[in-house]
Design a protein around this ligand. Structure first.
Ligand code: 6S0
Length: 116
């Protein structure tokens, strides 16, 4: 029986589009809370509260490593970042506001990509 492929890279056009959106998000001034995995030594309750941590550097590694089968798999991980942020941070906190701003930014870039 055929060996189940662990990851099958998404097709070139979709890959390039996802990579461009990721590039732009990393450059956004409000991306600073999301660039690297949350340090659980600095935030000891984080690991208990957030079941599926995600950040932009992890998404970068998965994208470049061919872990996303479709562009939608990519978007699921991006949205996970912002859902985790809302779970852990007050809306009216610096990180909470950054999360809302970054989600709005992603949603608009994603809509453009899917309308083109
Ligand atoms: C996205 C997120 N959610 C919950 C907790 C942390 C974070 N981000 C880290 C980088 C972070 C966010 N804010 C600060 C403020 C001082 S160190 C530091 C580190």
């Amino acid at each position: 029986n055929e060996k189940k492929e662990k990851s099958k890279p998404l097709i070139n056009k979709e890959f390039a589009a996802a990579r461009t959106i990721l590039d732009e998000m990393e450059l956004h001034e409000d991306s600073w809370p999301f660039l690297l995995p949350v340090d659980t030594k600095q935030f000891p309750t984080y690991k208990k509260v957030i079941k599926k941590p995600m950040d932009l550097s992890t998404i970068r590694s998965k994208l470049e490593g061919g872990s996303y089968k479709t562009k939608d798999d990519f978007s699921v991980d991006v949205r996970l970042i912002f859902d985790n942020c809302e779970t852990f941070n007050e809306d009216e906190s610096p990180v909470g506001r950054a999360g809302h701003n970054m989600r709005a930014y992603f949603d608009s870039q994603w809509a453009d990509l899917n309308s083109s």
